[in-house]
Structure formats: C-alpha cells, structure tokens
Write a protein that binds this ligand. Sequence first.
Ligand code: ADP
Length: 295
Amino acid sequence: MTNIVVLGSTNMDLVAYVPRAPERGETVTGREFRTTPGGKGANQAVAAARAGGDVVMIGAVGTDVFGPRLRAALESAGVETDLLHTTEGPSGTAHIVVDDAGDNAIVVIPGANGTLTALGPGEDTAIAAADTLLLQLELPLSVVVAGAAAARAHGVRTVLTPSPVRPLPPELLSCVDLLVPNQHEAEALTGHADPRAAADELLRLVPEVVITLGAAGSLHASRTTPPLTVPAPKVTAVDTTGAGDTFVGTLAVAVGEGRPVTEALAWASTAAALCVQKPGAAASMPYRQEIEAAS
Ligand code: ADP
C-alpha cells in the first residue's frame, strides 16, 4: 500500500444547484441546497483513500457545527485524522454554485484552515514516513512551503495542485516534483492559453507537469519524456466539483504503487470521469473496485 500525507484544507461545501449561475447583481432561483464535506485537501485525501492509499490528513477544523462532520467524513473514508487539529472559531466553508451544464463557481472562506501557519509536533515525522505529500493552496502559504521543504528534506515526492491559483514562490517550486494545474490555473501561471505552451513554460519551474483539461482529458509533460495527451472517457457530467481532486488523489495512489505514468494517468481519468457523473465532491468519488471495473 502507498503512504500518502495530505497537508491541506477541510471545508464544508454549501452547494446551490441552479439552472444557470447568476450574473453580477442578479438573483436566480435555485432548485436544491446541500451541505457536503469538502475542501481541496480533504477531497484529495478521500479520493486517495478510496483508491486504496494509506492516507494521513494534516489540517484544521473549527469548533462550529461543521467541525465534527468534517472530521467524521474523513474518518469514514478511512483517513487518519490524529493530525487534524480543532481550532477555536469557524471551519472553512466553500460556497458553490453548480449549474445545469455541470459547471461550477466557488467562493472559499478559510476559517480554521487559515490558522495553520507552520508545521506542528509530529507533522514532520508524518511527512517523513510518506511516499507522497499532496499539497494545494487553500492553507496559508507559509505552512505549504514548510510542508514541501520537509518532504524534500526526507526525499518524499511532492505533488502540488496550484489552486486557488497565485504566484508560486521559488522556495516552494524548488521542492515540487509534480505540478497539477487545470487549464485555467496553467494559463494564470504562464500567460499561455495553449496547454502545450503552458506545459513547456512550467517545466522550467518543476520537473513534471500534468495539466487537466476537463472533458478534453489531460496533458502530461516532463523534462525527460515527450508530451502525452490522455483523453477523458466520454460521459455525461452532472457535477464537476471535485474532479481535479479525484484525479490527483487517484494519480498519487497509482504512481505510489509503481504503475507506469500512462497507466496511472488513465486510472486517474477513469476515476475523475466516475466522479463527474454524480453530484457532490467527496461523496461522488469512486472506490478502488469501481475504478478497476470501469478501467
Ligand atoms: P478541476 O476540477 O480542477 O477544474 P478539470 O475540470 O480539468 O479540473 O478536471 C479534472 C479531470 O477530471 C480532467 O482531466 C478529466 O480527467 C476529468 N473530467 C473533468 N470533466 C470531465 C468530463 N466532463 N468528462 C470526463 N472527465 C472529466
């Protein structure tokens, strides 16, 4: 089994399902509202655990009503939560609008996630014991950098999802082994709308890149292998929330198990395609048997 540590966010997703998203200043009537546990960190942790990884979550929940639900959701997916802190105040929340096309728009309020600014006791040790560290940008940058530096010091592979996108400082980039932006993030980081051009630019910063392209699949590029485009299975998307996190969590498990990169990417694409066919983020993430059955 592959050992994965996720240093990342837990948010309660407050999801409004609407025929179409409102324009600025406009009010629309939605048809349904759901609260579901999410956060990019927790989503990647659940995806990796369901795909068969041994997963430890480092993060924080609040003392509000959402805190215990967020912790329980991770535990029920089999994620180890001893390093998930409870801090005074609200949990992180994500306010999500999902439209009939399955597209989404999201506001994230960090809450407890914002209190994590440095690694705590035991966290360096946990990272040292991992095969892979999964990072995103929903925690303060200082702790993301500290986690990446700890991983580098212990020879642990670091995978960064640069979301929400922001400029990436050299001290972080120098510790990243694999960067996994979506197409918008890749464009924001490089100025290139064309994924090939964006990948070339990103390879100046990190040794390996996967740009996810929604229904168009993904593009893998590294300093040592030719670019590779992986198509996504043709499916009807009902909610793409969590697709990228499913992709990354599953990819980390496959790579950690020593699968060749083409097979790992195909596996991650299959898992993400299963995720988009159901509503919700973590709730719609597939289990290992489902990924195997659909592969
Ligand atoms: P994010 O969820 O971060 O915005 P993407 O939209 O690029 O990222 O989706 C991540 C991955 O999920 C894609 O590379 C693809 O494998 C899968 N995916 C997303 N949307 C679809 C879709 N409509 N059909 C099939 N697979 C999809």
